[in-house]
Design a binder for this molecule. Structure first.
Ligand code: PLP
Length: 369
């Protein structure tokens, strides 16, 4: 019984025959990387799909973060959230920037704008928020603070592919925003990522930086890195873009089934859709109130695992609890009570386009009594 493992995510894969046709085109052209035709076509297609003016493709979702801080010459201290994937803060570390953690709003999981101002010092240069689980940050409130203090805003939008608020792409918020196209994400190019910007000059600078700093055959204008996406993954990405809307629709059905079945389970809570938001259903976090549920988060997590239903405790532990960051003053759990509470109560349920009704039911049966 219950032999088949239900994983928290499954990669969206293009049709293999269609992919082969494009591979043949790449083989015939013998142009396999360095801004080839598929790379150019994918950048154009993503700008249209995401409703953003400029995009620069990367080889994963961490390098655009690291490169963004280079491009904007960010130094000193940057205010960020501990409730995210560890790459968010690592991007600061790789730039020699000191992270300053600010607590989250328990209603969204995102950095609490009301707590940002108290963390600003003369050394603060930017804010690095994350649209956690694809739930939009309060971008208006964050921008007002940034404007008041002359700070840059760099969004880690790795979870927010395709998310819109009142028809506006959330990825346009801030000075720049980054995306991850990792295999586990809503939209993937196996490994991949991107940086979204608002003007051609920044796009050019980013394109230099991701290609060793080359501005021409003989000119190197900055100590750049190599993080270019190749033609094979660009072609794969073009095919996946055609089916990502169907995948998001399938995810929405899973979310609706979970909500219907778990709404009245004492001690289990979750978020509903926000009116006016086009969600991407990238994750389905539930929060366990151990006292009311009669079981701790970890007990439920391992009970699920025993039944081959693999949820994930995203984001536990908090980034601020890892050894690299734990010594920072702002990493003190007393400074981060809401994030600490969320990290200790969350389980992300299996959520992807290919879950069957039986998979969904098996997951629900683990949780509902
Ligand atoms: C996945 C992820 C990244 C990193 O993306 P990679 O493509 O895996 O390098 C960064 N930030 C967040 C919030 C993520 O979830």
């Amino acid at each position: 019984m219950d032999k088949k493992i239900i994983t928290v995510t499954a990669p969206l894969l293009p049709d293999l025959e269609e992919f082969n046709v494009l591979l043949k085109e790449i083989w015939d052209s013998k142009w396999i990387t360095n801004n080839g035709s598929f790379h150019q076509r994918l950048e154009k297609a993503l700008c249209e799909y995401l409703k953003v003016p400029y995009i620069s493709l990367f080889t994963n979702g961490t390098l655009p973060l690291i490169t963004a801080f280079q491009a904007l010459h960010i130094t000193g201290e940057v205010i960020t959230t501990p409730y995210s994937f560890v790459a968010t803060t690592h991007a600061l570390w790789w730039n020699g920037i000191k992270p300053v953690f600010v607590d989250i709003n328990p209603r969204t999981g995102n950095i609490d704008p009301n707590k940002i101002e108290a963390a600003i010092t003369p050394r603060t240069t930017a804010i690095l928020p994350v649209h956690v689980y694809g739930k939009p940050c309060d971008v208006g409130a964050i921008q007002s603070i940034a404007d008041k203090y002359g700070l840059r805003v760099i969004y880690d939008a790795a979870h927010a592919f395709g998310v819109e608020v009142n028809g506006q792409s959330i990825i346009n918020a801030g000075d720049v925003a980054t995306l991850s196209f990792h295999a586990t994400k809503v939209y993937n190019t196996i490994e991949g990522g991107a940086l979204v910007m608002h003007d051609e000059k920044t796009k050019k600078r980013i394109d230099y930086l991701k290609n060793f700093g080359f501005a021409s055959e003989t000119e190197v204008v900055a100590p750049g890195i190599n993080s270019k996406m190749d033609e094979v993954r660009s072609a794969y990405g073009l095919l996946n873009l055609r089916q990502v809307d169907a995948a998001i629709e399938a995810r929405q059905k899973v979310a609706m089934a979970y909500r219907k079945a778990l709404r009245n389970v004492e001690g289990i809570s979750f978020w509903d859709d926000i009116p006016g938001v086009r969600h991407n259903y990238s994750y389905f976090p539930i929060f366990v109130d151990a006292e009311r549920y009669g079981m701790t988060r970890d007990e439920l997590y391992f009970k699920m695992k025993d039944r081959n239903v693999w949820g994930r405790r995203y984001f536990y532990p908090l980034i601020s609890e890892f050894s690299t960051y734990r010594g920072l003053e702002s990493a003190n759990p007393a400074n981060l009570p809401q994030a600490t509470k969320m990290a200790n109560s969350v389980i992300c349920l299996p959520m992807h386009h290919a879950l069957s009704e039986e998979d969904i039911q098996r997951t629900i049966d683990c949780i509902a009594k």
